[in-house]
Structure formats: structure tokens, C-alpha cells
Design a protein around this ligand. Structure first.
Ligand SMILES: Cc1cc2nc3c(=O)[nH]c(=O)nc-3n(C[C@H](O)[C@H](O)[C@H](O)COP(=O)(O)O)c2cc1C
Length: 106
């Protein structure tokens, strides 16, 4: 999702976190481990890229578009990086997901 620049936010980067969905707060809320990215996708865009918050949910299949959600930032993994290729970015994102999995196991 696009994020308002007027919010008070953590530093751009990649985080271990959770995605809280189910359109719910309280009893209906489902909290799912996720690798979170907050940033401007420097691999593809210059500094002027729009600020995006993305949540890669672990072990989840389904369509969450259009639903309300919250995220919880738990642990910072790294800053946003500019990769030489999309493949290099995908490799790093796969490592981020595995690190997130390990973090929840520990
Ligand atoms: C865990 C994670 C880490 C990411 N790290 C970076 C990064 O370091 N650099 C970057 O340019 N984009 C990063 N991204 C954002 C990707 O560029 C973005 O997900 C990708 O462009 C797919 O966009 P699309 O779904 O609009 O095609 C990250 C995304 C995720 C989920």
C-alpha cells in the first residue's frame, strides 16, 4: 500500500513483523508472520519513487486486496538496497523470508 509521508514511521528498510488482517481488531484479528518492506523500491525507481509498505506473508495463499489491515514491526533486518538486477533482489527477498521464518522459530 502507498503510505502517507505525514505519518510517523520507522526508518525505511526490511523488517520481521506481522500482518494483522481479518478486517478485525480484537477477536476477529488474524496475526500472520510476515517480512515487511517499507521504502521506495530503489532497484527500480530513483529517490522520487513513492513510499510503499509491502507485507510478504509467510505460508499464505489468498487474496487480501481491499481489506483493512495493520502491521506490527518487530525486528529490523536491513536497509533498502539498490540491486544490480531483479534476480539479485529476488534472491535477497528469499533470504529475508527465511530469516523471518527463523526469527519466529527462535
Ligand atoms: C521482504 C522484501 C524486501 C524488499 N527489499 C527491497 C530492496 O532492498 N530494494 C528494493 O528496491 N525493493 C525491495 N522490495 C520491494 C520490491 O521491489 C517489490 O516488492 C517488487 O518491486 C514487486 O513489486 P510489484 O509487486 O509492484 O511488482 C522488497 C520487498 C519485500 C517484500
Amino acid at each position: 500500500m502507498a503510505v502517507s509521508e505525514r505519518l510517523c514511521l520507522p526508518a525505511d528498510g526490511v523488517y520481521v513483523g506481522t500482518y494483522i488482517g481479518g478486517n478485525g481488531i480484537g477477536e476477529n484479528a488474524v496475526e500472520q508472520p510476515a517480512a515487511l518492506s517499507l521504502g521506495r523500491r530503489p532497484t527500480f525507481y530513483a529517490e522520487s519513487g513513492m513510499l510503499l509498505l509491502e507485507a510478504h506473508l509467510l505460508d499464505f495463499e489468498g487474496d487480501l486486496y481491499g481489506q483493512d489491515a495493520r502491521v506490527r514491526f518487530l525486528h529490523r533486518l536491513r536497509g533498502q538496497e539498490r540491486f544490480a538486477s531483479a534476480d539479485a533482489l529476488v534472491d535477497q527477498m528469499n533470504r529475508d523470508v527465511e530469516t523471518t521464518r527463523d526469527w519466529f522459530r527462535a
